[in-house]
Ligand binder design. Structure first.
Ligand SMILES: [Zn+2]
Length: 407
């Protein structure tokens, strides 16, 4: 009875979240051109801007316990100088090993109506001691475990301002170290869509380029001008199969639903990251904002993606978002068109939440068709849940495939 009530309340909260999200008709604001970020003077301890962060060392020391955890979780010798490896851990979150460095893109163990769907959880994310956690935005499905992982590992959190504060608060509440360093990228009010920042995160690697873009949003007016909702048959069996039976997990999940504003544009902004590892370049974004003809923010973001240094070899791109309700894949596809990668891996399309997490299979045919409609489509590595969770994608940075710059 208790379990049934927990599951029901969890589902109700999720459904409420989904519905309010879908009803959220917010559009990207403003018509300004990209401009320099204006941020107030930083007074919080161990919080840096991109310009005064001391880069992490070239050859990080790894203690034997961490090395053993990495060997167990990532496989033996997973970290080396000549490759970039990606492990998908649900939604848009990845473990990355790049040229000897280990870091995370987002940090959330999928939980809600279901649990233990991904083979590893937040404990393993902490045990591999990532050097940094780069956060796309602060909604729960991307960042609810940032505090836990950084609190255990001391990882540098690169994120919007509010994300650092909440992560530190969560770490403190859990009795963990809450003084991990943060790189503050700004927030939704003091940065402009389309603006770029460069962060020297590691001594031995080129700067990471960080793009302020926008979160996905439904635009009801699109339905009046030919827009259509994406039609799909959601996976429903996953949820009862992996039913969450933990009251603690459910309580923590419900407490995270309003993180960083809850729905609509996150308070801490929405950020995309571009990495260079030798000839190999990687572009990651965990949402796809409105990309509409005549919208100045859309244009600014599109132009900024085109200016990324060394272009994009591999793109990890969110294909599911609120825009799907009113304009199907328009926005997600526009990000791929703008980045024109050699290879694209869709994300955020797994069974992460009932109703809006349809499961990868539900979107596969339509997404393949959408990408094929591009003038010069990339190769697709269509990630599928749950079989592709923790199945590494390995890129040799010296592969001639990545040389030769832009397509
Ligand atoms: Zn979000």
């Amino acid at each position: 009875m208790l379990l049934a009530r927990l599951a029901l309340s969890c589902f109700a909260a999720m459904a409420l979240w989904s519905v309010s999200a879908c009803m959220d008709g917010s559009t990207t604001p403003g018509a300004q051109q990209p401009s320099a970020n204006i941020q107030p003077a930083e007074t919080r301890p161990q919080v840096f801007g991109v310009n005064n962060f001391k880069p992490l060392p070239a050859a990080p020391q790894v203690d034997p316990v961490t090395q053993a955890a990495r060997d167990r979780i990532l496989g033996p010798n997973a970290v080396d100088q000549s490759t970039v490896k990606l492990w998908w851990v649900g939604v848009s979150s990845f473990i990355v090993a790049g040229q000897g460095h280990v870091f995370l893109l987002d940090a959330w163990e999928i939980v809600g109506l279901h649990a233990n769907y991904v083979p590893i959880g937040r404990e393993e994310l902490a045990a591999i001691k990532p050097e940094a956690i780069l956060v796309g935005h602060g909604h729960f499905d991307h960042a609810a475990d940032v505090g836990y992982v950084a609190g255990h590992s001391g990882a540098v959190v690169v994120a919007g301002s509010t994300v650092c504060d909440l992560a530190r608060q969560r770490a403190a509440d859990a009795g963990l170290n809450a003084t991990f360093p943060c790189v503050n990228l700004g927030d939704d009010t003091n940065t402009q869509p389309g603006s770029l920042q460069s962060l020297k995160l590691w001594e031995d690697l080129p700067e990471v380029t960080i793009l302020r873009h926008t979160h996905s949003a439904a635009e009801p007016t699109d339905l009046l001008s030919g827009g259509r909702p994406l039609v799909f048959i959601p996976d429903v069996l996953t949820y009862p199969t992996y039913l969450n039976t933990s009251p603690q997990e459910t309580a923590a999940f419900l407490g995270s639903l309003r993180d960083d504003g809850g729905v609509g544009q996150p308070d801490g902004g929405t950020w995309a990251y571009h990495f260079q590892f030798g000839d190999f370049t990687l572009f990651w974004h965990d949402s796809a904002g409105v990309m509409k003809a005549g919208n100045p923010d859309s244009l600014a973001i599109q132009q900024a993606i085109a200016r990324l240094p060394g272009c994009v070899d591999v793109q990890l791109n969110a294909i599911v978002g609120f825009g799907m309700v009113t304009s199907a894949y328009r926005d997600a596809l526009a990000y791929v068109a703008a980045a024109h990668p050699k290879l694209a891996l869709p994300t955020h399309h797994d069974a992460w939440a009932p109703g809006i997490g349809g499961g990868a299979k539900a979107y596969e045919q339509t997404w393949r068709e959408a990408v094929a409609s591009l003038p010069s489509p990339p190769a697709l590595d269509y990630l599928t849940d749950p079989m592709d969770y923790m199945k590494p994608r390995v890129f040799n940075i010296n592969d001639p495939r990545w040389s030769g710059g832009c397509r």
